[in-house]
Design a protein around this ligand. Structure first.
Ligand SMILES: [Zn+2]
Length: 163
């Protein structure tokens, strides 16, 4: 965790170049993106989205190689709806996984959809520099990192400083 914190401050301080550098410290084994995207695509078929009609599937790769998928689950009380990314995180953490290597997200058409602000913050709790592959249902792909999507996420260190 200490290493993650150091990398985080270098990302904040020195911009894009150092961000690339820190990514190279990720595990050397290649991310099985096709397997991960397939899992997200499959999870999307289980989405419960009768109100928005916007089905989303997510698949989170844990450091031990296991894949945890999630789908959005809407509710007639709209505020209770949970996104696919957060449902994947919750499933993984409930099964004892807290270290993550990558996330695949499948939703929409055309430009791939990106995680909402709430999901960015929840992912940041466990993997502030998580590589994310966003894929549209019609096959467009965009790769980003969570550090790009949420450069100054709130973290437990911030909480400590407030005490
Ligand atoms: Zn979300």
């Amino acid at each position: 965790m200490r290493g993650v914190i150091r990398s985080r401050s270098s990302v904040v301080g020195s911009g894009r170049g150092s961000r690339r550098k820190t990514e190279h410290r990720e595990p050397k084994t290649a991310t099985p993106w096709s397997r991960l995207v397939a899992a997200a695509r499959h999870a999307r078929t289980h989405a419960y989205a009768p109100y928005s009609g916007f089905a989303v599937g997510a698949a989170l790769l844990a450091r031990d190689g296991t894949i945890w998928s999630g789908a959005n689950v809407e509710n007639s009380s709209f505020g209770l709806t949970i996104c696919a990314e957060r449902s994947a995180v919750v499933a993984a953490v409930a099964a004892g996984r807290r270290n993550f290597r990558a996330l695949a997200l499948v939703a929409g058409r055309g430009e791939p959809a990106s995680p909402c602000g709430a999901c960015r913050q929840v992912l940041h709790e466990f993997a502030p520099r998580l590589p994310i592959r966003m894929v549209s249902a019609d096959g467009n792909v965009r790769d980003v990192t969570l550090a790009e999507l949420l450069p100054l996420g709130f973290a437990h260190e911030d909480l400590e400083r407030g005490r």
